[in-house]
Design a protein around this ligand. Structure first.
Ligand code: MLT
Length: 264
């Protein structure tokens, strides 16, 4: 469905009934990256997976936007759907937004899932890469992000053995609005650091990383998990960055067990 949130039309996938679970996607993707989690969770939970502003079927921002503003959209979406409190899952860029949400409104979240993400802000090189990406998106369209990201999202082994998944990702990433991706790149380039937030996270937290993730490697995620009190940290073998789609069974087992054993 489409909902008007903070003066923009945002696409929101909503399935199932019960305790709300909000899933925030990564870059340059949309809610479809969660399709196997939506399928697995929606018999027991109310699963909500929006397309962030400027990605998927949601309106492209008409001026520059920060990660905190993406987070404001999520809070406004919760208000619109009468959700006082939810379990929150963030993948990569979605994780950066989850940090912002926990800073802004920790009382509205009962549990946290951090998949393939990192708390640190970009260093100088990272920021420069994102500015170059923005230029490249202007020049070449969404293929610029797709071509850089695809080899990092899946292991070489999966890219060879699962051409259908590769095709699906090529289609999703290749149909993103270039301007929306430019806004997202700039927002990530200038995001704040969330390392200080970690020790204040007071909800049960599940941390998942792919063993071969080159973007948010296990060493980075272990260090992050160690700073979140009581968090549970898991490395998925034979997985790169896009763990929810590359190892959906292992991912869903962890997710379902976590939600079942957590008072959400
Ligand atoms: C993502 O998957 O959302 C991106 O890899 C995040 C990033 O580039 O930092």
């Amino acid at each position: 469905m489409k909902l008007t949130i903070n003066n923009a039309n945002l696409y929101v996938e909503e399935q199932g009934q019960g305790t709300p679970v909000i899933l925030l996607h990564g870059f340059p993707l949309d809610h479809q990256m969660w399709k196997l989690q939506i399928e697995a969770l929606s018999s027991a939970y109310r699963v909500i997976a929006p397309d962030l502003r400027g990605m998927g079927q949601s309106d492209v921002p008409d001026s520059n936007i920060s990660l905190d503003q993406y987070a404001d959209d999520v809070l406004a979406l919760m208000d619109k759907l009468n959700i006082q409190k939810a379990a929150l899952g963030g993948f990569s860029m979605g994780g950066y937004i989850a940090f912002s949400l926990l800073r802004k409104a920790p009382e509205r979240f009962s549990a946290l899932v951090l998949a393939n993400t990192r708390p640190e802000a970009d260093g100088q090189d990272g920021r420069k890469n994102r500015l170059n990406m923005a230029v490249s998106l202007y020049d070449k369209g969404p293929a610029a992000a797709r071509d850089v990201m695809l080899p990092k999202l899946l292991t070489e082994q999966t890219r060879q053995s699962d051409p259908q998944l590769v095709d699906e990702l090529n289609t999703v990433m290749g149909s993103m609005p270039a301007e929306g991706l430019i806004h997202a790149s700039l927002a990530m380039a200038f995001r704040g650091d969330s390392v200080d937030l970690l020790s204040s996270i007071a909800v049960p937290t599940l941390v998942i990383v792919g063993e071969e993730d080159p973007i948010t490697p296990p060493s980075v995620m272990k260090k992050m998990a160690d700073q979140i009190k009581g968090s549970s940290y898991h490395v998925l073998p034979a997985a790169s960055h896009l763990t929810p789609l590359e190892q959906p069974e292992a991912f869903n087992t962890l997710l379902l067990d976590f939600l079942k054993n957590t008072n959400i």
